[in-house]
Design a protein around this ligand. Sequence first.
Ligand code: ZN
Length: 84
Amino acid sequence: MSESKPIQAAKALWHTQRVKRLVRDYLGSSAACLVSVRERTCTDPDCAGPATDVRVVNLSFCETCFIIHKPVSSVSYSDIVEIL
Ligand SMILES: [Zn+2]
């Protein structure tokens, strides 16, 4: 039985917030920055699953983007440590 759309959307939102918090934890409380996390379809033909975009913008508007080749629900703290 598949889950209803609202439940999926709520889970995706929860995981998005969870990953944002992991990024902030890693950067430390002194790092003033905007973190955005988004799950999307991966454009890599060799990659099966969805990918998670992580975007970090600091207060000088210097932007850093990372791609984690996992759905947002599978992103762990070690993935963040690896990319940042
Ligand atoms: Zn991918």
